[in-house]
Design a protein around this ligand. Structure first.
Ligand code: HEM
Length: 424
């Protein structure tokens, strides 16, 4: 690679191993943007698997959990580790902004019983029966996206495929006007970014744009509430027993969750699959020879990419964990990105292998009561797109290095230059 990224990673490794262990702090978006976070987690797993980071310039204090089995233990103990105070580690600045505005609660940041009631209302829309109903439409629309791609000239895979496909699926889920689907991508980017990143230029602009997003969805709610119940998400929320009386902040919170939940994650897995198959060409060749490996390739990509680097909890009481005492009120970050590379559980975890014996054994969807409600939908989308890709293009080649996302939460790609060669 002539882009200097190898040097950056080697430097990062030398720096990490020269530092006193107490000073290691994974909450550094720049590490993720430069793909140089790996040595830090390698060292934490080996030497400090339950690790305390004191307040830093941009983040408050928190615990890091970096081993696979420890993450499972925290994730499945929602009594000791609550989601109600938020599920990401916010920067100090982002937290101040959130605290100055009414909160938009959603069921991902609730504990039982409210969590369970609201999750029950939303889950049928992404359950197997409904997915089967949506499959032909998703396949048809995916085909149209692929048939439109330029051949023999470089283009950005993120923009032309990953974003289009996820926007299309979300529009189908919400029954949102199809021609305006890219607004969903735009709003998701607005929600997840801080000023200076993605489309966000200032906190004020972010507020104005999101107010517009919610005004559009308020109209949709009123429209669907007047009509008979249908099988789209807004209609289900407007008619569901547990959700029809929720106040507007809660409605907006749940909408935000569904827009982000189904957007960044799947988008970055689609991009990650093209990137990984190019980095591991023997695996790409195996996939072309054996397309029945597509579902396990999809799961392996979700592990290898880990589209959400972490989820956060808050201790509800003092807990002795891994030889350390986590105090009531402390923030605990489960680094899925690290657990998915834990070689005591996953063999040769840095390698991308599309024929693993247990490909769904990974942490990327979380565990316990909050385990991703959209996991089957995500896998379906990825499977469809790859079935349609292999039908059309023998190969998609990288035409340069990707630009990665500047975030400790969303682990993905801003751009991914590719070229589909002309057939000889
Ligand atoms: C590869 C794609 C995806 C990944 C890696 C992913 C990851 C996750 C993770 C890690 C959680 C657990 C949160 C926690 O424990 O606090 C979660 C929850 C959730 N995801 Fe996904 N997700 C993906 C796709 C989707 C899709 C397509 C949707 C749907 C439209 C979706 C909607 C949700 C929702 C609503 C929750 C909250 C569940 C709850 O709190 O009970 N996700 N997701």
């Amino acid at each position: 690679m002539g882009d200097g990224s190898v040097d950056i990673r080697q430097e990062a490794r030398a720096r990490v191993f020269a530092q006193p262990i107490e000073s290691l702090n994974p909450a550094q978006p720049e590490l993720f943007r430069t793909d140089s976070h790996w040595p830090l987690f390698e060292r934490l797993r080996a030497e400090s698997p339950v690790h305390y980071s004191p307040p830093s310039e941009h983040y408050g204090p928190f615990w890091s959990i970096s081993r696979y089995n420890d993450i499972m233990a925290v994730d499945t103990d929602h009594q000791a580790f609550s989601s109600a105070d938020g599920i990401t580690l916010p920067s100090i600045e982002a937290e101040a902004e959130t605290n100055s505005r009414p909160t938009r609660p959603s069921f991902i940041s609730m504990d039982p019983p409210r969590h369970d009631e609201q999750r029950k209302t939303v889950s049928p829309v992404v359950a197997p029966a409904n997915l089967q109903r949506m499959e032909p439409l998703i396949r048809e629309r995916a085909g149209l996206i692929l048939d439109d791609l330029p051949i023999g000239e470089p283009f950005d895979w993120v923009d032309k495929v990953s974003m289009e496909l996820t926007a299309m699926t979300l529009a189908t889920l919400f029954d949102f006007p199809y021609e305006e689907r890219r607004k969903l991508t735009y709003w998701s980017d607005m929600m997840t970014n801080a000023p200076g990143f993605g489309p966000v230029t200032s906190w004020a602009q972010k507020r104005t744009e999101l107010d517009q997003c919610f005004a559009v969805f308020d109209d949709l709610w009123r429209e669907r509430a007047r009509q008979a119940p249908r099988f789209d998400l807004v209609s289900m929320l407007a008619h569901g027993e547990a959700t029809r009386d929720m106040d507007e902040h809660e409605y907006h919170g749940n909408l935000g969750l569904l827009i982000i939940g189904g957007n960044d994650t799947t988008r970055n897995t689609i991009s990650g699959s093209v990137y990984a198959l190019n980095r591991f060409p023997a695996q790409y060749a195996m996939l072309r020879e054996t397309p029945s490996l597509i579902p396990s390739m999809v799961s392996e990509t979700i592990r290898w990419q880990t589209p959400l680097a972490h989820m956060r909890r808050t201790a509800t009481r003092d807990v002795d964990f891994g030889g350390r005492t986590i105090r009531e009120g402390d923030r605990v970050v489960m680094w899925y990105v690290s657990g998915n590379r834990d070689d005591t559980v996953i063999e040769d975890p840095d390698a991308y292998r599309i024929d693993r014996a247990r490909p769904r054994m990974h942490l990327s969807f979380g565990f316990g009561i909050h385990r991703c409600v959209g996991n089957r939908l995500a896998e379906l989308q990825l499977t469809i797109i790859w079935e349609e890709i292999l039908r059309r293009f023998p190969v998609i080649e990288l035409a340069g290095e990707p630009q990665r996302t500047h975030s400790i939460f969303v682990k993905g790609y801003e751009t991914l230059p590719v070229i589909i060669p002309r057939r000889a």
